[in-house]
Design a protein. Structure first.
Lengths: 314, 321, 348
């Protein structure tokens, strides 16, 4: 188990390294406008040259990459150029992180509880009324782009319930809608997978034996199906964390939440390269971390996973 | 079991107790069932009333989308209309006889823009879908068949798959200039992964499953194993992928447009229209600009999603009872 | 003879499949006597499994008992509707051992827990007590070092060991009837013998009544007291194991025995039954076996034969036993068997 965890950790580490390097190199392909705080056209070629030289983007790429890594190791994430000129990215990020973490975690918690519950409910009532209702919900959420239905939620739910339309850190009531919005996709995802995995388990031979033992359907559900369905579920968990991350980018911006997601949208719109780069790195690392945790979780749940490699199993 | 000998009704024809002729064909004739894979697939699909009605609606809608520009009295989606009397742009003109879906904030006809946008978005979806299927199958086949490539592609897959798709898409469209090509390219870069993995797994199953081993031992040529044992699996997943490519590309497009990485404004697309509508949505009288494109968009995405899944379910032999 | 412990009468089981109705069991009747071992034989699809599944209410969701009765302890199991009713029978009074031990156990729970579950369910044992009993049962079914094995997972057991665990689960509550659905088919030949021996030992000690479902006539000859032959959802002949093996009366039983490789003679081709079993989706007129039966009479195509009594323990459903029917000599192989048997009987 420990060996498996360590190997998986090392693997994730390598992945992070490759992703960071790739992102860094890709960002070098960008046109140089992104490095100027003032209007690009107003500058003389000499001024441009001087500015570019001062931030070091004229050096060969490997020099830049080495510098980037050495800075990274010292905790230096670079300096914002357009968003808040000359302010270190770290300073911009620091106050944003708690918001993103708070929203993200509450959304994940809510979607886990409601989603799993809904999936169990559906598996139990398979083919009956409530299964169909929740399947309808899942189809809607999966099919209609979140960017569309979330707009309507923001528009009409605020009207009906008088909830505030934008986030305001001093009014706890304004937290409700963004968190619900962030959970909707996760609920649908968890419910869909939970239902599928439980139905899969219900069709297995050992369920037949459990029935032949004289266990009631309820007992079989709780003691056998539920736990076994959790194993593949554990693997899906982090994938849906990725979804929550994706969702949060849009929702934070939609509700003006001062988190990292909203910041990323701002940074992209203003073409602030160092800021975009840092945020992309953070989100990628989160994704890799999520999948790593999922694999570990699954190994804990399933005694059969004996360190064998599950290459490309996701 | 004390079944006493049953008394036979007066048997008029004594010759009942003579031997019947053994008819070898009668003995063989009684096969199990007249099962046909595609027949059952179609039958199971047809049972799904929701999917069938959506399919009908979708065929109608798609046909309309593509013939709409050739119909009489259609307006130019990019032309800015002005009031013939005052010469002022017909901005935010509510839905009327003249402009069925109204006009947008600069006086363009929303009706023709919606259909033009649908064409653009469907084109993206179809291109990405085709790429996904072709490239996905190629990579999947190499991944599954060429053992030397297995480790390499697996690593590559793990790296790409570890990063949230949103981030990859944002990064790629950010680096390239916003355009139709950029959009298609970025989505093509991420979409094939799932397909490739599926094909790879199928091929490994095909290679190792006993029924395939058995049919190989019986001298079945490889092409026959592929067409009879692999293709039915693949056709369903190809259809599913193609069908799901449309809702997912439309979704990404709306999202990318929102963060400012979408198509140029002079190309109407569902993403652009929704985004325009969003900017107008705070004033209730202009909300139609959001509602019309969103309604068409939702109808399309839901239909493709439901039809794709219904077909995929119908093509699963386990559902053929 | 004593009153039967379980008595199934004219059981009809139907399934709805692809929009059609399939009649899997067409009025089969069977008596089961205390302490005996009855083997139900027949080819795949003859309905052996389905028939016995009705005894513990475990038909698949698309199947149901259409008519007939299954009397057990004064209750008609065919009338059972709710799960609550079945829970008083399943695992407690009638237990079942399945074919494939590799998939029959929950891979994520320890073997011990899976046995303990039944004990807690039906015997009200709790905690340490249940654990102690579970370990005892593991020992009883011949698993060495049961205390250690108790906390292991199924994937740490071999196929034969897993089948022992499945048997342990089945006998944990001292059921009256044990149904073994092809218990050895998925196992190696050497393991097969061990498992059969184990079941025989447990039967003796616990006084079990056992129903074997199998298509392996070798197993039947080894373990059974009585044999029932099934064809196309009906029991067409039953009798003691000697009667069925040495004096079979139904042409299908002849064919079945003739196709045993052990009975074939060197040099002559192995016998195989011509044709295929009937399509159960359509209504079968007369004797289901008639189209494949070289001895078929015209009446076989018109009217279904009743049971004809051969001896008080031996009945067969074939018109050939009717006094009006022409005399038919069984195939040579069967005659040879019979002769051999008579000789051995005389010697005995």
């Amino acid at each position: 188990m420990l060996r498996y965890a360590l190997r998986r950790l090392w693997q994730s580490f390598v992945t992070v390294f490759i992703v960071i390097t790739l992102v860094f190199l890709l960002m070098r392909l960008l046109p140089v406008e992104g490095y100027f705080a003032e209007s690009y056209d107003k500058l003389t070629p000499e001024q441009k040259e001087a500015i570019l030289k001062s931030i070091g983007v004229l050096d060969p790429w490997y020099v830049q990459l080495r510098r980037f890594y050495s800075d990274l190791l010292h905790g230096d994430l670079g300096t914002s150029i357009v968003y808040r000129p000359k302010v270190p990215v770290r300073e911009i990020l620091a106050p944003k992180i708690p918001y993103s973490v708070a929203f993200g975690l509450s959304a994940i918690a809510i979607s886990l509880v409601l989603g799993l519950g809904m999936g169990v409910w559906q598996a139990r009532d398979k083919g009956r009324f409530w299964d169909k209702v929740w399947t309808g919900y899942i189809v809607f959420i999966n099919a209609v782009p979140s960017a569309v239905y979330l707009l309507f939620i923001q528009l009409y739910v605020t009207q009906i319930t008088k909830l505030p339309i934008l986030f305001d850190r001093d009014r706890p009531i304004s937290w409700i809608l963004p968190i619900i919005s962030m959970s909707l996709g996760g609920i649908a995802g968890y419910a869909m997978w939970m239902r599928r995995f439980m139905v899969d388990e219900l069709n297995k031979d050992y369920i037949r034996l459990a029935r032949a033992k004289g266990m009631s359907s309820t007992a079989i559900m709780i003691k056998h199906v539920l736990r076994n369905a959790f194993v593949p579920m554990a693997q899906y968990l982090p994938t849906s964390v990725l979804l929550t991350i994706s969702g949060s980018i849009y929702i934070e911006s939609l509700y003006s939440i001062p988190g990292m997601g909203g910041l990323l949208v701002d940074a992209i719109q203003r073409q602030d390269n160092p800021l975009v780069q840092t945020l992309v790195l953070i989100y990628s690392t989160l994704g890799i971390l999520g999948l790593f945790l999922g694999d570990i979780l699954m190994a804990i749940f399933d005694p059969r996973i004996k360190l064998e490699r599950r290459g490309g199993s996701r | 079991m004390s079944n006493e000998r049953e008394i036979l009704e007066p048997v008029e024809q004594q010759d009942l107790f003579t031997f019947a002729k053994f008819d070898e064909q009668a003995a063989e004739r009684i096969g199990y069932s007249d099962y046909s894979y595609w027949g059952s697939t179609v039958r199971v699909f047809m049972k799904n009333k929701v999917a069938v009605s959506l399919l009908v609606v979708m065929i109608g809608l798609l046909a309309f989308t593509f013939i709409q520009p050739f119909l009489p009295n259609q307006k130019d989606p990019t032309k800015i209309y002005t009031d013939p009397v005052t010469g002022i742009q017909l901005r935010n003109h509510p839905p009327s006889k003249e402009f069925w879906f109204g006009t947008n904030s600069i006086g363009q006809d929303l009706w023709s823009r919606v259909w033009s946008g649908t064409r653009t978005s469907l084109l993206i979806g179809i291109l990405v879908g085709i790429w996904e299927v072709c490239f996905g199958i190629t990579v999947g086949a190499l991944w599954g068949y060429v053992r030397q490539l297995d480790a390499l592609i697996t690593e590559l897959y793990n790296i790409i798959n570890n990063v949230p798709t949103t981030i990859v898409l944002m990064l790629l469209t950010y680096i390239m200039r916003p355009s139709f090509q950029t959009m298609v390219l970025a989505m093509c870069a991420t979409g094939w992964l799932g397909m490739a993995r599926f094909v790879r797994n199928q091929i490994i199953i095909i290679r190792d499953r006993e029924y395939n081993l058995a049919s190989r031992c019986l001298g079945t040529p490889t092409y026959r194993i592929i067409t009879k044992n692999l293709l039915p699996y693949l056709v369903s997943v190809i259809v599913l992928r193609m069908a799901l490519a449309i809702p997912s590309t439309i979704g990404w497009e709306v999202f990318l447009t929102y963060i400012g990485l979408g198509l140029p404004l002079d190309t109407p697309s569902l993403g652009n229209l929704v985004n325009e509508g969003r900017q107008a949505m705070m004033s209730p009288s202009l909300r139609y600009q959001l509602i019309f494109p969103s309604a068409v968009l939702s109808l399309i995405t839901i239909s493709f999603y439901v039809i794709g899944n219904a077909f995929s379910d119908a093509s699963d032999p386990r559902n053929h009872f | 003879m004593d009153a039967p412990i379980l008595s199934a009468r004219d059981v009809v089981v139907k399934f709805s499949l692809r929009g059609q109705i399939l009649t899997a069991i067409r009025g089969a009747s069977l008596d089961l006597y205390e302490g005996e071992t009855l083997a139900i034989v027949g080819e795949s699809g003859s309905g052996k499994s389905v028939f016995t599944k009705t005894f513990i209410g475990m038909l698949d969701a698309n199947g149901w008992v259409d008519s007939g009765s299954i009397m057990f302890e004064g209750k008609d199991l065919a009338k059972f509707k709710t799960e609550r009713e079945w829970l008083t029978i399943r695992g407690k009074k009638i237990a079942m051992v399945f074919q494939d031990p590799m998939t029959a156990l929950n891979p994520l729970r320890t073997v011990g827990m899976q046995i303990q579950e039944v004990l807690e369910l039906h015997q009200g044992l709790k905690g340490e007590q249940a654990k102690k009993r579970a370990i005892e049962i593991l020992d009883e079914v011949g698993i060495s070092d049961p205390a250690m094995r108790y906390s292991q997972y199924p994937h740490e057991f071999s196929g034969g060991m897993r089948q022992r665990v499945v048997i342990a689960i089945a006998i944990a509550c001292n059921p009256r009837i044990l149904i073994c659905d092809e218990p050895t088919t998925a196992l190696d030949v050497t393991i097969q013998a061990q498992i059969l021996e184990l079941i025989r030992r447990l039967q003796k000690r616990l006084g079990l009544t056992i129903v074997y479902i199998t298509h392996d006539l070798g197993v039947v000859a080894n373990v059974a007291d009585r044999v029932a032959v099934m064809y196309a959802g009906d029991i067409i002949e039953y009798g003691t194991v000697e009667e069925i093996f040495y004096d079979p009366r139904h042409p299908y039983t002849w064919a079945l025995l003739s196709s045993l490789p052990q009975l074939g003679r060197k040099g002559s081709p192995l016998y195989s039954i011509k044709g295929t079993p009937p399509n159960l989706f359509t209504e079968i007129k007369g004797d289901a076996y008639a189209p494949r039966n070289p001895y078929a009479l015209k009446i076989d195509f018109v009217k279904r034969p009743p049971f004809f009594k051969v001896t008080p323990t031996h009945y067969a459903k074939t018109w050939l036993l009717d006094p009006r029917a022409p005399k038919v000599e069984p195939p040579e192989i069967i005659q040879a068997m019979r002769a051999k048997y008579r000789v051995s009987e005389r010697d005995a």
